[in-house]
Write a protein that binds this ligand. Structure first.
Ligand code: IMP
Length: 200
């Protein structure tokens, strides 16, 4: 009779502080060693108020909310578009650049108006991830440099994608496949760093 050995691997649970199903699916695909759950999976319906002054503050606020209230390991992300000619605006206010409750397109229209006639069109997307793991806090940053185009191009993606052209490419993010965008994007780069750290 042969011998059977049963190797049990207990996956560590970690919360990604998001209600966004796409972001969750993307991370689950990469973080194979962890049982990644979203806010809804832990019974959290709260819309956590992101009122920090920096991307790092907001990522920390979200991760700490979960760890303090649910006593779980958690990570959270926050992203901003930083435009050189606008002194780094809209930055941490990227989601509501055109006002509270505005649409992605309202933001694009406002950005094109703000950049009208400007020759310096350099911009970057920056994502910060805060991770609370076993009582310690870590931060990871991802940046992609590029420029604000003169007009909208492409209909993929979301947010400022139709007017952001990453360095080294002829297309805007909105004209790229999601695969290509994820490889070079701010969020993709921050997530890669998080995953390298967690997968050790
Ligand atoms: P969040 O922190 O991921 O919610 O991003 C804040 C805001 O930044 C969003 O509401 C978008 O306007 C913008 N944003 C974030 N990521 C991207 C992206 O990959 N492409 C275009 N816009 C983005």
């Amino acid at each position: 009779m042969g011998r059977y050995s049963l190797k049990l691997t207990v996956m560590k649970k970690i919360v990604f502080a998001t209600h966004n199903k796409n972001k969750l699916a993307e991370i689950r695909n990469i973080l194979k060693n962890y049982d990644v759950v979203g806010l809804r999976d832990i019974g959290c319906e709260t819309d956590i108020v992101e009122d920090g002054d920096t991307l790092q503050d907001n990522a920390k606020i979200k991760a700490d909310f979960v760890t303090n209230n649910y006593h779980l390991n958690c990570f959270a992300d926050d992203t901003g578009l930083e435009v050189e000619a606008l002194d780094g605006a809209p930055g941490v206010y990227s989601a509501r650049y055109a006002g509270e409750g505005c649409s992605y397109h309202d933001n694009v229209v406002k950005m094109l108006a703000a950049m009208k006639g400007k020759t310096n069109r350099k911009a970057r997307f920056r994502t910060v991830i805060a991770l609370n793991l076993d009582g310690k806090q870590y931060f990871f940053e991802g940046i992609v440099n590029g420029k604000i185009t003169e007009e909208e191009h492409g209909d993929g993606g979301f947010g400022y994608d139709p007017i952001f052209q990453p360095d080294g490419f002829e297309e805007t993010f909105a004209e790229m496949s999601m695969e290509v965008k994820n490889k070079i994007s701010h969020r993709g780069r921050a997530v890669q760093k998080l995953c390298e750290f967690l997968n050790i």
